[in-house]
Ligand binder design. Structure first.
Ligand code: ATP
Length: 248
């Protein structure tokens, strides 16, 4: 744990439908400017952790019943999701969630809605998104619903960038994408992190790729952190190799 944490999750417990205990005391810390990976298999609790941070559990009948989420030293668990976006934290949901009937560019523009920015500023941000994702410029007039899975993932990340975030919570960016595309998306995450200083907390089942791009990782199993450490250490750990990297 570092003392310069941008985000701290302290021992949170999450219950769905008043009875199903899914997170059993999860703690993690994300340093400013870091890329931190939240790893674990299907159902380990990665998505739930991200939704607990951005306060998106209510619509799923989920509730944080213990612990705290602290952003820049202030508790944020009672903030509305939109208030958190205003403070600079935005979540890119699993499954990408584009507005299918809007064009790619319209989708990107919706990302700027919480800001009071001039048209010129918004155009600059759009250009920046197109610099990171040249492909999106090519398909900017296409209906998002008709673009490929990779393009939709890029649109979802691009839309998040349009809110000028300090931190992006990225849920399963590799899901359903061909390895080459996954690589490309992680490369872009890395350059956004390096050039724009955006901090990332990303949930991934693809341990291999996540640990190559993240600097620190937490492994969740059944709603608990069972291991954490610098990404390089985790990659060399025999248990991680055997259970998560598919080599022994
Ligand atoms: P995935 O990769 O499938 O998203 P995950 O690690 O993100 O996995 P979660 O989606 O956080 O896992 O789910 C953790 C556990 O919580 C699972 O057992 C899941 O069945 C349960 N769960 C998730 N959402 C709900 C809900 N709305 N109501 C009840 N149980 C839920």
């Amino acid at each position: 744990r570092t003392d310069q944490a941008l985000l701290e999750v302290n021992n949170i417990e999450v219950i769905y439908n008043h009875v199903i205990l899914v997170l059993k005391g999860v703690s993690l810390s994300v340093p400013k400017g870091g890329i931190v990976a939240l790893l674990g298999g299907n159902g380990a609790g990665k998505t739930t952790t991200l939704k607990a941070i951005s306060n998106l559990l209510a619509s799923e009948r989920g509730e944080v019943t213990k612990g705290s989420v602290v952003y820049k030293g202030e508790p944020v668990q009672d903030l509305a999701p939109s208030a958190l976006v205003k403070r600079g934290v935005i979540q890119v949901m699993e499954g990408r969630h584009c507005f299918e009937h809007l064009t790619v560019e319209e989708n990107l523009l919706t990302g700027a809605y919480t800001r009071t920015a001039s048209r010129a500023e918004i155009q600059r941000d759009l250009d920046l998104v197109y610099e990171y994702f040249p492909r999106l410029k090519d398909v900017r007039r296409s209906q998002a619903g008709y673009t490929s899975g990779g393009e939709q993932q890029m649109t979802a990340i691009g839309r998040a960038l349009m809110s000028r975030p300090e931190m992006i919570l990225l849920d399963e960016p590799s899901m359903g994408l061909a390895p080459q595309l996954v690589e490309q998306i992680f490369e872009i995450v890395k350059s956004v992190n390096e050039n724009e200083g955006v901090t990332f907390l990303l949930a991934e089942q693809n341990t291999n790729v996540a640990l190559r791009f993240a600097r620190y990782g937490y492994i969740l199993e059944s709603g608990r952190v069972v291991m954490d450490g610098p990404a390089d250490d985790l990659r060399e750990n025999p248990d991680v190799k055997e259970f998560y990297l598919g080599v022994s």
